[in-house]
Design a protein around this ligand. Structure first.
Ligand SMILES: [Zn+2]
Length: 466
């Protein structure tokens, strides 16, 4: 209605997309003043609505994002000051579209693995120039390794939730970008540059390189503990409110999470082999962790300054208050003592205009991953943590540890850093990263939100192959 009121020349066209297992979806293209905008949805009406919203966001700066108006979902101008946490809608829609298109592209020829519940991806942009943005990773998955498949060699993927896998793809990409410095001919193509005179962080990202995480739904755990059709304005009397902000665990081979406080502290290898359930921290908690220690992981933290997500875009279930609390708000008052340049990162948040419908399909036991540069997808059995052909995944700790050792040996400017053969010892020696991680755990404790649950220590006791 608003679009028809504001413009004379409005024309809608409808087509079908992705009619496969994941609900049939309609695509509506609206032409306004010779510009085209798209929307998708489970019905023609919703697709049309999404297309109209995309047009209004782009042509009139009108946003329907829940970030702008959490309670009423009314359109208000984008330049409102309350919107400082929001990623502009047109950028969010572009990020979502790029990831979905890349998924359709890389799954070609292996359609039997297109079945999915959670889909995630990471997009890289130079500043806010999204015309040249690149998809770095695409992944699917909703499950974790079963206890009997834990590896003493760092050779299995423990957590195959899509957003966790996409972040491992990003780490693989970061290694590849540092490896470009091993060859004078490729140095200029790297997103990293030398950080002269800095012996602690000899490399850094070039100015303006930004990473954006897309997930088709709210991450499991704290960001997803609400009912989408109730608003909790005013006093919340619900007894479950005590659960807000709590650290939570994924349950072995299941979906959903439970608060860590209902588990007992330390996980042991022998206990798990005997049948104790293997627990993994929820995706909400891991994202909060990335907002303190960065997304590059412990090993790379000894070569580059911490790298943070610029924004997180959801395909559905974005509740601004819950999402903000989950990814950074719950520790913003209690975090302290971070060694610079570590800090609490507050990513921008957004919901795509063409939201994904609730998907009641049963989650498959496999997940796929693809990183820019890969010629094909890898399909991982989430319960064994190995590929469906029983091979070691390209995203394992062991693989990254070998890449890291190679960089330490050959990367220019490292002043002969010592290579420690033991993985756990190597990580322990990266002091500022360990301090930042400890401050993160302490911040959760100070807020009485529970203790971060670690995997059995034996998980990290493996060495580089001779
Ligand atoms: Zn998850």
């Amino acid at each position: 209605m608003l679009l028809y009121e504001l413009f004379n020349d409005v024309h809608f066209d409808c087509s079908m997309v992705d009619g496969a297992q994941n609900n049939c979806r309609f695509k509506m293209t609206v032409t306004v003043n010779n510009c085209k905008f798209e929307g998708t949805g489970p019905s023609k009406k919703l697709a049309k609505n999404a297309a109209a919203k995309a047009a209004l966001a782009s042509l009139c700066n009108i946003s329907y994002s829940p970030m702008m108006h959490p309670q009423k979902n009314l359109p208000i101008p984008i330049d409102d000051k309350t919107a400082s946490m929001e990623l502009p809608q047109i950028h969010a829609d572009k990020i979502g579209m790029l990831v979905l298109e890349k998924f359709q592209e890389v799954i070609k020829g292996q359609e039997s693995y297109s079945r999915r519940k959670v889909l995630a991806g990471i997009v890289m942009s130079e500043n806010m120039n999204f015309n040249e943005a690149k998809v770095i990773s695409v992944s699917t998955g909703t499950k974790c390794v079963s206890g009997e498949h834990m590896s003493v060699n760092g050779a299995v993927l423990n957590d195959s939730h899509a957003e966790i896998v996409s972040r491992r793809c990003l780490m693989k990409f970061l290694y590849a970008q540092l490896e470009k410095h091993l060859n004078p001919a490729t140095i200029n193509q790297s997103i990293f540059e030398r950080n002269p005179d800095n012996t602690q962080y000899p490399y850094k990202l070039k100015n303006g390189v930004l990473f954006h995480l897309y997930i088709n739904t709210a991450p499991c755990g704290d960001a997803r503990i609400f009912s989408p059709h109730e608003n909790d304005s005013g006093v919340d009397k619900h007894p479950n409110r005590k659960a807000r902000g709590q650290l939570r665990n994924k349950i072995e081979s299941g979906e959903g999470t439970i608060p860590v406080k209902s588990c007992d502290g330390i996980q042991t290898w022998d206990g798990i082999l005997q049948g104790q359930r293997l627990l993994t921290m929820s995706c909400s908690d891991k994202i909060a962790r990335w907002n303190i220690v960065g997304i590059q992981g412990a090993l790379l933290a000894s070569l580059v300054e911490p790298i943070y997500l610029h924004s997180i875009v959801l395909g559905s279930l974005l509740h601004p208050e819950h999402m903000y609390r989950a990814v950074c708000g719950r520790i913003e008052k209690s975090i302290q003592g971070l060694p610079p340049p570590y800090h609490l990162n507050k990513p921008r948040l957004a919901l795509v205009t063409s939201a994904e419908p609730r998907n009641q399909a049963k989650a498959p036991n496999f997940g796929i991953n693809w990183t820019i540069g890969d010629t094909e997808i890898e399909v991982v059995n989430s319960l064994t943590g190995k590929t469906v052909n029983n091979q070691v995944s390209r995203l394992t700790k062991m693989n990254f540890f070998m890449k890291f050792a190679n960089l330490l040996k050959n990367l220019p400017g490292l002043q002969q850093r010592k290579i420690i053969m033991d993985y756990g010892e190597t990580k322990k020696a990266i002091k500022d990263y360990q301090t930042a991680k400890k401050e993160l755990f302490d911040a959760f404790k100070r807020e009485d939100l529970g203790n971060w649950l670690k995997k059995p220590i034996e998980q990290d006791e493996f060495c580089l192959p001779e």
